[in-house]
Design a protein around this ligand. Structure first.
Ligand code: IPE
Ligand code: IPE
Ligand code: MG
Length: 264
């Protein structure tokens, strides 16, 4: 398993196309409400956007796509909506995994899965195993995920593996225990639906991500809208603490892709 450095310790190599895009897919309910439809119709339609987004990632050469599907706070929604969302998740896994597999997509699910029905847990695990050898795109679905949960579970796992660390541990000791240690940190974070907040998504991993907020509701976030986010990303100057002048003076041929390491 490849382990990636942290953006606060190393300066990651960056390219015009983000390697890792993380998305909060928001606005399904409002999309439905505007059409006088039940909220669930919006979630249903949102699955189509997921399909299209995966296709765009494959076409644009994005290596990692992470989607926030259900937050640890979403259990607070009406029971009926939670139950319909779970059914939709089961259905989407049943119907989509073959196609993902054919397209070389590896599926991974992060979050506290213990709260899900055994049937859903088994389906997740079978889907992950089936696609485990694929590497065209790593599609991570965050389900019953919370950024704070992730940090807490990582600390617990680190200390249970290495109890001697209790009084002296660093970022580098913790990072391998986070739920997404298999991926570089997101280069680009997108939130659809107009809200400008993180809602307890990848708190640790978003430390140096470029943030992009759009009013477009998730069911309407098509390839053109995604390309708008990618175009915005291309305009960004990712300094990782350095000055703009430093970036301009570093020639692209001589610049080291991973900058000086900051020892904790
Ligand atoms: C996002 O859409 C999907 C989930 C949280 C599962 P919402 O359901 O939050 O849609 P809005 O924000 O009510 O429009
Ligand atoms: C965030 O959306 C979670 C997901 C998209 C799964 P919410 O719509 O639940 O976020 P808040 O509660 O408005 O911040
Ligand atoms: Mg919402």
């Amino acid at each position: 398993m490849a382990l990636f450095g942290s953006s606060t310790r190393d300066v990651p190599a960056t390219a015009a196309v983000p390697r890792h895009v993380a998305i909060i897919m928001d606005g399904n309910g409002r999309w439905a409400k505007r059409r006088f439809l039940p909220r669930f119709a919006g979630h249903h339609r949102g699955v189509e956007t997921v399909r299209a987004t995966v296709r765009t990632c494959l076409e644009r050469g994005i290596e990692y796509l992470t989607l926030f599907a259900f937050s640890s706070e979403n259990w607070r929604r009406p029971e009926e909506e939670v139950s319909l969302l779970m059914q939709l998740f089961v259905r989407a896994l049943r119907e989509e995994v073959s196609k993902l597999h054919r397209n070389g997509v590896r599926l991974r699910v992060i979050g506290d899965l213990s709260r899900f029905e055994p049937e859903l847990q088994a389906l997740i695990s079978a889907s992950e195993q089936r696609t485990a050898a694929n590497s065209q795109l790593i599609l991570t679905v965050a389900a019953n995920y919370g950024g704070r949960w992730d940090i807490v579970q990582a600390v617990k796992r680190m200390l249970s593996n290495q109890p001697e660390k209790v009084d002296d541990w660093s970022e580098a000791d913790l990072a391998p225990h986070l739920a997404m240690s298999y991926a570089p940190e997101p280069d680009l974070f997108i939130r659809t639906g107009g809200e400008q907040r993180i809602s307890n998504f990848l708190l640790w991993q978003l430390a140096y991500s470029e943030l992009y907020f759009t009013d477009v509701l998730w069911p309407e976030f098509d390839a053109a809208a995604f390309d708008g986010a990618l175009a915005s990303y291309r305009q960004r100057e990712r300094r990782f603490g350095r000055t703009s002048e430093q970036l301009k003076s570093a020639s692209p041929t001589t610049a080291s892709p991973t900058g000086p390491r900051l020892d904790a």
